[in-house]
Design a protein around this ligand. Structure first.
Ligand code: CUA
Length: 314
């Protein structure tokens, strides 16, 4: 339904988005009516009771019970409506249905990893079935992040050392954007993921085959896709720019000084080790902040990334 202020809102793509919007519309429209009404009365009174002559005096008015009760009770009723409406929504949001499909999410500076019930892991892509409640159980590897999907009207902080959860039911297959909504450092604004909603059948298929659709890519092409999709670009550039991590441009084959003072040559083994146990060999001048990809990359994918990095010659 089209309503006033709809232009301010993203599309409603979850079963509970409409409820949230209804309350948003109620608050905004009531506020607008009150603003216009009170402003009109103020202007009218300012005009009607303006001082008309020099010797006119204002009568002494101490109070008016009817008026004071009216302007206290009406806002009280409005606030109570907003409170009980909001509380019902809060209860609905915090109690996922029993049959919800569970996905484990781990936030790390600055990427999202999702672990599915069959052991499958995806990075910066959250795959979910449509028309089925999905419960996300979340934790952080480092600082506080926040899981925010505007299309679903859900947002929940993601904390280190404790689980938080969020649930939603996507109404149709399609894509939405997941944002990190808690400032978490340099690449906070790059901490995005795609929410990919499949039909139930496609979701089962995706769970089984995962990224096997990449079979017909050359290793370097697959590597390029993985570097884009796995969140590497939040910290590493391919054009020589130094971000939170060293640039990939021309890195392969070069000598690199590490934080422990030793120097290594960037070869296949160095890259493999950097992906699986990144903090065992940190480049000098950089912080040990890279997350391990041991759970999310298989050997073929690691080979592909190595091949892609070889193509990035200066
Ligand atoms: Cu993670 Cu902001």
């Amino acid at each position: 339904m089209n309503r006033l202020f709809d232009f301010m809102l993203p599309p409603e793509k979850s079963t509970t988005a409409g409820e949230v919007d209804a309350l948003f519309h109620f608050i905004t429209e009531v506020s607008l009516i009150l603003l216009l009404g009170i402003t009109a009365v103020m202007l009218y009174f300012a005009f009607k009771y303006r001082r008309k002559s020099e010797d006119e005096t204002t009568p002494l008015i101490t109070h008016n019970n009817t008026l004071e009760i009216t302007w206290s009770v009406i806002p009280l009723i409005l606030v109570l409506i907003v409170f009980s409406w909001g509380y019902q929504g809060y209860l609905a949001k915090t109690n996922p249905p029993d049959d919800a499909y569970e996905i484990r999410a781990v936030a790390t500076s600055w990427l999202w990893q999702f672990h599915y019930q069959n052991g499958h892991v995806s990075t910066n892509e959250l795959h979910v079935p449509a028309n089925r409640p999905v419960r996300i159980i979340m934790s952080s590897d480092d600082v506080i992040h926040s899981f925010y999907v505007p299309d679903y009207r859900v947002k929940m902080d993601v904390l280190p050392n404790r689980y938080t959860q969020v649930w939603f039911e996507a109404t149709e297959p399609g894509e939405s954007v997941l944002y990190c909504a808690e400032y978490c450092g340099t690449a906070h604004s790059d901490m995005l993921a795609d929410v990919i909603v499949h039909t139930q059948e496609d979701f089962e298929l995706w769970l089984e085959t995962g990224d096997a659709i990449d079979e017909d890519l050359s290793p370097a092409e697959l590597g390029e896709q993985l570097v884009q999709r796995q969140g590497c670009m939040a910290c590493h550039s391919t054009d020589g720019t130094v971000l939170q991590g060293p640039s990939f441009l021309g890195a392969f084959g070069r000598d690199r000084e590490l934080t422990d003072g030793t120097t290594v040559t960037i070869d296949e083994n160095y890259i493999r080790q950097s992906l699986l146990e990144p903090n065992t060999q940190v480049a000098a001048g950089f912080q040990p902040i890279m997350p391990s990809y041991a759970a999310s990359l298989n050997d073929r994918q690691i080979d592909a990334i190595i091949e892609y990095l070889k193509t990035l010659e200066e």
